[in-house]
Design a protein around this ligand. Structure first.
Ligand code: 2RA
Length: 340
């Protein structure tokens, strides 16, 4: 097989990583086509598959691909994804279709089988994708009664602009150009340098943000839990660049065994167990950045739930496992199952 692969939004932070993952993973690309807005159309992107001239997006051209990655807004996906998916497999990174019954929401290592025969496939939100790499194996082994999560999310969640704002703002305050805490901010609700902001995406009627509710809704769907399975999250933006971290508390139905949990995580695909507290080894954004595997560590019996609870910490690259890598793994799943 060699496929015609389309990437829509390849000049954004996620789109660039999609091209990078296709290159590094030797995805069987016959021809790479990159689609963009009028602003980027005509520019050239150098790739392992040759120099690619960015084409102005239109549905008919996207439909000529065998598989098309959408690294664009939910509104764009809503307008175009279903139509393109009549002729081509579409892997959408936005939240537009994640909760539609006929659209699988896929983390290949967990529910890759749900891709089979589907033309429109949704990529989960980064926070869910990173957290479930550690959580899902433990839920399967020890059973799950409830899940509590707190996040520490990098600026990359707001795209390249978010990372640029953090960098520029840090320089403004450390150079003395601006008073501490007074750096420019547009992509975050407050200055991010030397701050944490407990607000990502829009507030909902229940007082949670949409980012937090995505964790609830997506965990239930991907892990095939009941519609009222208790999962809650507090999502917090912190001044790091591109890896999200999460504290996860799992109340189990079975008695836990920390050693068995660690052994299971060590052999779970897509996970790197980093849990050597005697040597100060634990998951961190700096070590998780640029890595395919999600780091999981600080695994311990919960003081809150006793023998029926585990607490742990994860760090994963937001642009890779949280977006581009997951999407390319979905495409690989389509190759494996014969759909591509
Ligand atoms: C964020 N979850 O971190 C978003 C990005 N998908 O803002």
């Amino acid at each position: 097989l060699a496929a015609v692969v389309g990437v829509v939004g390849a000049t954004g932070a996620v789109g660039k990583e999609v091209v990078g993952c296709l290159e590094q993973r030797n995805f069987p690309v016959d021809k790479l086509r990159i689609f963009g807005s009028a602003r980027s159309a005509g520019s050239t992107v150098s790739t392992k598959f040759g120099d690619v001239t960015v084409e102005l997006f239109d549905q008919a051209s996207a439909k000529e691909c065998d598989v098309c990655f959408l690294a664009v807004s939910g509104d764009f996906a809503l307008e175009h994804a279903r139509e393109i998916s009549k002729d081509c497999i579409v892997i959408d990174n936005s939240s537009a279709f994640r909760y539609e019954d006929d659209v699988p929401l896929v983390i290949p290592e967990i529910n890759g089988k749900t891709c089979k025969g589907k033309k429109l496939i949704a990529n989960p939100n980064c926070t869910t994708a990173i957290g479930l790499m550690g959580l899902s194996p433990l839920m399967k082994k020890f059973g799950a009664k409830r899940v509590l999560m707190s996040t520490y999310q990098a600026s990359s969640g707001a795209g390249q602009e978010g990372m640029d704002e953090l960098k520029a703002g840090s320089i403004q305050v450390t150079s003395g150009e601006r008073e501490f805490g007074k750096s420019d901010h547009k992509h975050f609700t407050s200055p991010l340098p030397f701050n944490v902001i407990p607000h990502i995406d829009k507030f909902q009627e229940n007082g949670y943000t949409k980012e937090e509710m995505k964790v609830t809704w997506e965990t239930r769907k991907i892990c095939e839990m009941a519609d009222d399975f208790p999962v809650s999250c507090t999502a917090v933006r912190i001044p790091t660049f591109r890896a999200h971290s999460e504290t996860i508390v799992l109340e189990t139905t079975e008695k836990v065994d920390v050693k068995a949990a660690q052994e299971l995580l060590a052999k779970s695909p897509g996970v790197k167990l980093v849990d050597d507290i005697a040597n100060n080894k634990y998951p961190m954004p700096l070590t998780a950045t640029g890595q395919y595997d999600v780091e999981v560590g600080r695994v311990r019996r919960s003081e809150a739930f006793g023998d029926y609870g585990l607490e742990f910490f994860v760090s994963g690259d937001q642009l890779l496992r949280g977006a581009a890598l997951n999407a390319v793994l979905v495409a690989e799943e389509c190759v494996k199952n014969g759909d591509l």
